[in-house]
Ligand binder design. Structure first.
Ligand code: SF4
Ligand code: SF4
Length: 165
């Protein structure tokens, strides 16, 4: 049985007060491409409902629904008649999941790539060579040292699994 966690609800509200505007109309879920692809298994309205009810165990521990499935396409944000900032709320939930190392492997790999290269999807040598042959401009790379400092300061590195940290 899920337990209402008022502290969690207040944390979400403090992060983004638009949570309180939701009147559960389901417009977000109706327009969500991921909800469509998963036959409703992924359901943004449900995530918002569980946040309103303070069901942290469902959203963070069990990940029902799984916020990581959101592609951040922003369609729900555009459609919501109440201007609920769903993806901002999902970001907080994902950050809380991350603190508990409840992160899909693919996101960990991207995080590791950012830590090492300053970008989530590094360019392969083959692509760089091909670009050079085609006379395309050199791709500017991000200042990895500065990015690393931020990631270490924000405890990002600490939460990565031991084998990838
Ligand atoms: S569209 Fe907006 S108001 Fe309607 S359920 Fe989704 S978040 Fe709530
Ligand atoms: S931002 Fe996420 S929840 Fe919203 S419509 Fe896109 S995939 Fe669905």
């Amino acid at each position: 049985m899920s337990v209402i966690n008022f502290e969690f609800r207040n944390e979400v509200l403090k992060h983004n007060a638009s949570l309180s505007y939701c009147y559960q109309c389901s417009t977000c879920s109706g327009g969500c491409p991921v909800a469509l692809l998963t036959n409703g298994k992924y359901n943004p309205r449900k995530i918002i409902e569980e946040a309103i009810l303070g069901l942290k165990d469902k959203l963070v521990e069990k990940q029902e629904p799984n916020s990581w499935l959101c592609s951040t396409c922003q369609k729900c944000v555009e459609l919501c008649p109440q201007k609920v900032e769903l993806t901002e709320i999902f970001t907080l939930i994902k950050n809380l999941c991350f603190e508990k190392s409840k992160v899909p492997d693919g996101f960990i790999a991207q995080g590791q790539a950012v830590l090492e290269n300053g970008v989530a999807i590094p360019y392969s040598k083959a692509i760089l060579t091909r670009r050079e042959k085609l006379g395309l401009p050199t791709i500017k790379t991000a200042p990895v040292d500065e990015i690393k400092k931020i990631l270490i300061e924000t405890n990002f590195e600490k939460h990565l699994p031991k084998e990838s940290a």
